[in-house]
Design a protein around this ligand. Structure first.
Ligand code: BES
Ligand code: MN
Ligand code: ZN
Length: 505
C-alpha cells in the first residue's frame, strides 16, 4: 500500500467557496514594519486580512501559516513568504515551501485552492509541487490510533491565469509524477525493517514496474555469492533476511539516447554490525535504504514521463546485522571485479555494497554502448551531517562539469546540494597492510574519505557523482515547508530534472 497523491487542477474561476490559500510577506520601510498580501491574479479584500495579521502579531516568516475564518471563503490560510523581495518576485523554492507548509497545515481538510503569486510556468509548477508534496501522511501502521490521524488534502486547485498561454495540464502531470514517486520513496523509508527486507523491497518495485516497459532483474544471495559480489554478501551475511541486487532498467524508444546508471545504497537496517551502533537514535537507520528507494523511484518517474534517456537503476540491498555469521573486523572480502577490501569497521558497510553495484553498473553500461554518467546516492556518513547539517546534501565527483550541471539543476528543483572535494592526500589513509584497500581511513573528513573509497571503483573517464544524503534523507526533527517528519525523498527531483535536461539537448 502506498500513500496516495491528491488530485490537482488549474482553475481561474473566482467562485471559491472552499479553503483559500494566499501568501503574505513582510517589509521594513524606514523602520516601519508592514505586511503585504500575495494572492496572484485573484482579487481579495485585503484590509481585514492585513488587520488580522497585525492583531495576531504575525511575523510573515517562512513556514508561518495562519488560518482565519473567511467571509467569502470557508477559511483563508495565509502562508508566510518571508521578506518581500525588491522586485516582488519570490524564489521558486520560497513558493514551493510556502505552498507546502499551507498544504501540510491543512491536513484534516479535503480540498483547498491555492492562489499564490506567479507569472511563469516554472513558478506555477513550483506552487503545484509544493502543494502536492505537503499533502503526505504515512498511515500504514496505524491501528487503534488511525482515527486520530488527520488525512492530508485530497483535492488541490491552483488558481491561475496562465492557462491561456501555458500547457498547465502538462505541468500538473509532471508535478503529480514527482509527488507520486516522492511519496513512494517516503513510504519505503518510513517502513521499518520488520516490514521491509531486501527481498520485500525488490517485490515492491517489481509490482510497481509491472505493466510498464521497465525491466526488473533480481539477483538473490546464491547468485550473488556465485557471481562474486563480495561486498553485498559480506554486509548481508549476518542477517536472516538475505541480500539482493535489484536492477530496474528503462530503455526509451530512441536508441541513441544518452545512458545513465544510478546506484543507490540499500541497507534496509544498519545496526552497525559488530561495530554496533548505540541504541539511542538507531531507529533512524531504517532510513539507510533511502538512496536505493530514490534511484528506483527516479527510474520509474523518468519512464512515466517518457523521457528519452536510458536509465539503469541499481539497488544493492542488505541488512547490516549482528550475529555469529556477521563480518568481523579484519575480514577480507572481494568486490565484484576483483579488488579486495579489509573490513576494519563493519559499520562502514554502505561503500561495500555500493562498490559491487557500481562495478556491475559500469560493466553493463559499457556493454550497452557506454555510460554518459554514473550517479550513486547514499546515506553514507555521519560526517556528512556534521559537515553540512540536516538539510544540505553533498556532491562529490571526478568530473567538475557534470557536478556543475547537477548543482545548477538542484538550484532549480529547490533541493539543497553543496560541492565537496575529494582531496588526494586523504587516500593513503585507506591503505591496508593486507588487502588492496581498507574500508575506513582518517576519521577527520570522513565524508570525503568515503567518497575517495568509492572513487576507487569508478573508471576515471566515466563522469561520476557521489551524493551523500545522510542528513537530508530523513527528517527526525520537525516538519517544515513541504517536508514531513520521516523520509523526505530528497534527490528524486534533481535526478528527474537531470534526465529532462539531457533529454532536451
Ligand atoms: N548509515 C550510516 C551513516 C549515517 C549516519 C546515515 C547518520 C544517516 C545518519 C553509515 O553506514 C555509517 O555507519 N557510517 C559510519 C562510517 C564510519 C564507520 C567510517 C559513520 O558515519 O559513522
Ligand atoms: Mn553503517
Ligand atoms: Zn549505513
Amino acid at each position: 500500500m502506498t500513500s496516495s497523491t491528491p488530485t490537482i487542477r488549474a482553475t481561474d474561476s473566482s467562485a471559491i467557496n472552499d479553503v483559500l490559500v494566499i501568501g503574505f510577506s513582510r517589509e521594513d520601510k524606514r523602520g516601519k514594519k508592514s505586511f503585504s498580501l500575495h494572492s496572484g491574479s485573484l482579487k481579495v479584500d485585503q484590509a481585514p486580512l492585513l488587520e488580522a495579521l497585525e492583531d495576531l502579531g504575525a511575523t510573515g516568516a517562512a513556514d508561518e501559516v495562519i488560518k482565519l475564518p473567511g467571509t467569502t471563503n470557508k477559511l483563508v490560510v495565509l502562508t508566510g513568504l518571508g521578506e518581500t523581495p525588491k522586485n516582488s518576485e519570490f524564489a521558486h523554492e520560497t513558493l514551493r515551501r510556502a505552498a507546502g507548509a499551507a498544504s501540510r497545515t491543512l491536513a484534516g481538510h479535503s480540498s483547498a485552492t491555492f492562489a499564490l503569486p506567479h507569472s511563469s510556468s516554472a513558478e506555477f509548477a513550483a506552487i503545484a509541487e509544493g502543494a502536492l508534496l505537503g499533502a503526505y501522511a504515512f498511515a500504514e501502521f496505524r491501528g487503534s490510533s488511525k482515527a486520530e490521524q488527520k488525512l492530508p488534502l485530497s483535492k488541490i486547485s491552483i488558481y491561475t491565469k496562465i492557462s491561456t498561454k501555458t500547457d498547465t495540464a502538462k505541468l500538473l502531470k509532471r508535478a503529480s509524477v514527482i509527488a507520486k514517486y516522492t511519496f513512494i520513496v517516503r513510504d519505503l523509508i518510513n517502513t521499518p525493517p520488520s516490514h521491509l527486507t531486501p527481498d520485500s523491497f525488490c517485490q515492491r518495485f517489481k509490482k510497481l514496474a509491472s505493466g510498464t516497459k521497465l525491466k526488473v532483474e533480481i539477483l538473490d544471495e546464491k547468485q550473488l555469492r556465485k557471481l562474486g559480489y563480495g561486498g553485498i554478501i559480506g554486509v548481508g551475511q549476518g542477517s536472516a533476511n538475505p541480500p539482493r541486487l535489484l536492477r530496474i532498467s528503462y530503455q526509451p524508444t530512441n536508441k541513441n539516447a544518452k545512458r545513465f546508471a544510478l546506484v543507490g545504497k540499500g541497507i534496509t537496517f544498519d545496526t552497525g554490525g559488530l561495530a554496533l551502533k548505540p541504541a539511542q537514535g538507531m531507529e533512524a537507520m531504517k532510513s539507510d535504504m533511502s538512496g536505493a528507494a530514490v534511484v528506483c523511484a527516479a527510474a520509474l518517474a523518468i519512464a512515466e514521463l517518457q523521457l528519452p534517456v536510458a536509465i539503469d537503476a541499481w539497488a544493492p540491498l542488505a541488512e547490516n546485522m549482528v550475529s555469529d555469521t556477521a563480518t568481523r573486523p579484519s575480514d577480507i572480502i572481494t568486490i565484484y571485479g576483483g579488488k579486495t577490501v579489509e573490513v576494519l569497521n563493519p559499520d562502514a558497510e554502505g561503500r561495500l555494497v555500493l562498490a559491487d553495484a557500481m562495478m556491475k553498473a559500469a560493466e553493463i553500461g559499457a556493454k550497452a554502448g557506454g555510460l554518459d554518467g554514473l550517479i550513486d546516492v547514499a546515506t553514507l556518513t555521519g560526517a556528512q551531517v556534521v559537515a553540512l547539517g540536516k538539510r544540505t546534501s553533498a556532491v562529490m565527483t571526478n568530473n567538475e562539469s557534470f557536478s556543475r550541471q547537477f548543482l545548477d539543476l538542484a538550484d532549480q528543483t529547490g533541493e539543497q546540494f553543496w560541492p565537496m572535494p575529494l582531496p588526494e592526500e586523504l587516500r593513503a589513509s585507506l591503505d591496508s597492510p593486507v588487502a588492496d584497500i581498507a574500508n575506513i581511513g582518517d576519521r577527520m573528513g570522513g565524508m570525503l574519505v568515503a567518497g575517495l573509497f568509492l572513487k576507487e571503483f569508478v573508471a576515471p573517464e566515466l563522469p561520476w557523482l557521489h551524493l551523500d544524503i545522510a542528513g537530508p534523507a530523513y527528517n527526525d526533527v520537525k516538519p517544515h515547508g513541504y517536508t514531513p517528519v520521516g523520509g523526505t525523498g530528497v534527490a528524486l527531483r534533481t535526478l528527474v530534472a537531470l534526465a529532462e535536461s539531457v533529454a532536451s539537448r
